[in-house]
Design a binder for this molecule. Sequence first.
Ligand SMILES: CC(C)(COP(=O)(O)OP(=O)(O)OC[C@H]1O[C@@H](n2cnc3c(N)ncnc32)[C@H](O)[C@@H]1OP(=O)(O)O)[C@@H](O)C(=O)NCCC(=O)NCCS
Length: 197
Amino acid sequence: MIDIARETDLREIAKVHTKCFPGYFLTKYGEKLLAQYYGEYLAEGVPFVIARDNGKIVGFCMGYIGQTKAKTKFLKKNFFGMVGKTLKLMLTFDKEVYSRIKTNILPSIGDGNSEEDEEDEAYLLSICVLEEKRGTGLSRELVEAFEEQLIKKGCKGYALFAIEDNDRGIGFYEKMGFEEVRSKDGSIKFRKALQSN
Ligand SMILES: CC(C)(COP(=O)(O)OP(=O)(O)OC[C@H]1O[C@@H](n2cnc3c(N)ncnc32)[C@H](O)[C@@H]1OP(=O)(O)O)[C@@H](O)C(=O)NCCC(=O)NCCS
C-alpha cells in the first residue's frame, strides 16, 4: 500500500534508509539525525510517499520542487551534532566523507541550493525499498505515486543523481524512462519528462 509520509513515520523511514543505504554518507550520521533530516523536507510539504506491507514501512520515495531550504535548516538546527559527527567521520579519512562535505554540506551553508538545484524544477532525492521487497514492483508504485504528486503541482519533469556503480538503481531508472543527462565525479544525472493525462 502506498501512502503519503507523515511526521510519525520519520523514525521508521530513517530505519529503512539505514538498511537500504549502508555505508552511504548520510547513513553515517545515525538514525536520529536522519529522521530530522527527512523531517525538515516533510515540514516543507515536499512530495514524500511511503510503501507499507502489513502496516510496516518497507520503502519510500521523496524529493522536492523548486528551491528548498530543508538542508540548510537541518544543518542550522543540528549544527553542533553535525560538527561533532563530521569531525569523527573525518578522522576515519574516508574519501567519500571529504567529497560529500564539499558537495553536500558546504553549499547548504550558503543559500541552501547547490548549482545543480537551479537547473531543474524538481528532484527525486531518495528512493529505496527493503531488500526482501525488491523486484516486486513496489519501487515502480512508489515512483508513480511520487510523480502523481509532481504532476498535481504542475511539474513538467524532474531529475535525480545516481552513483555510477549502483547498477540496480540505474537499471531501475532506465526502466522507469529516465535518460542520462551527464556524468561527473562518479555520479550520473538523469532526467525524465512528465506527462499529465
Ligand atoms: C533502486 C531500487 C529502489 C529499485 O527497486 P527494485 O525493486 O530493486 O527495482 P526492480 O527490481 O523493479 O528493477 C531493477 C532493474 O534493475 C536491473 N537489475 C536488477 N538487478 C540488477 C543487478 N543485480 N545488477 C544490475 N541491474 C539489475 C534490471 O534492469 C531490473 O529491471 P527488470 O525487472 O526489468 O529486470 C532498490 O533496488 C533499492 O532500494 N536499492 C537500494 C537503494 C538505492 O540504491 N536507491 C537508489 C539510489 S540512486
